[in-house]
Design a protein around this ligand. Structure first.
Ligand code: HEC
Length: 147
């Protein structure tokens, strides 16, 4: 992709957001948030299973890890979550529920490392999410899912 260099700083910030919420609380409302007509709106959160709740990202603040995570995101996540993680990838329009906006710093700040690792590992093919979010535990290694 030829505009990759331009996107890079934005995506690094996104990935840092993804890995930088270790101090966030593990409480999540089960209510959809945002407005239904916005990308990334309408998805829900739930309590992560106990084996995930207290996990802390071992790669937080690791700059090289953020770069590797950036590449993983470009390869695997942009079709749905969009190049900037805003939930507006090319496949997003046809999905219900819509892909979450991972660029929403307010929301991401409330989500714990354990919650995000759980969601990336197990995906959305289960209650209460019932979404197309893929489970990445088979495709990506544990290290790749943390990045
Ligand atoms: C086929 C489309 C699709 C792809 C590809 C995809 N996702 Fe998702 N993702 C979704 C949808 C739809 C949701 C919202 C529904 C849900 O929470 O399950 C979601 C939700 C999430 C959430 C939960 C956000 C929240 O607020 O609870 C995270 C984290 C996430 N995705 C990360 C990723 C990462 C990282 C990748 C790449 C490794 C990825 N997704 C690839 C469709 C996708």
């Amino acid at each position: 992709m030829n505009n990759y260099k331009q996107l890079f700083p934005l995506l690094t910030i996104l990935l840092l957001l993804l890995v930088a919420c270790s101090r966030a609380s593990a409480d999540h409302d089960a209510e959809p948030h945002g407005h239904d007509d916005e990308p990334g709106a309408g998805h829900i959160h739930a309590e992560a299973p106990t084996e995930f709740v207290s996990l802390i990202n071992p790669y937080a603040d690791d700059h090289e890890a953020a770069e590797a995570g950036e590449l993983i995101f470009q390869t695997n996540c942009v079709t749905c979550h969009g190049a900037e993680g805003a939930g507006d990838g090319p496949a997003a329009a046809s999905l219900n529920p819509k892909p979450a906006s991972l660029a929403d710093g307010m929301m991401m700040g409330t989500l714990s490392d354990g919650y995000l690792f759980w969601r990336v590992s197990k995906g959305g093919q289960m209650a209460p999410f019932n979404s197309t979010m893929p489970a990445w535990e088979l495709a990506l290694t544990e290290e790749q899912r943390w990045l």
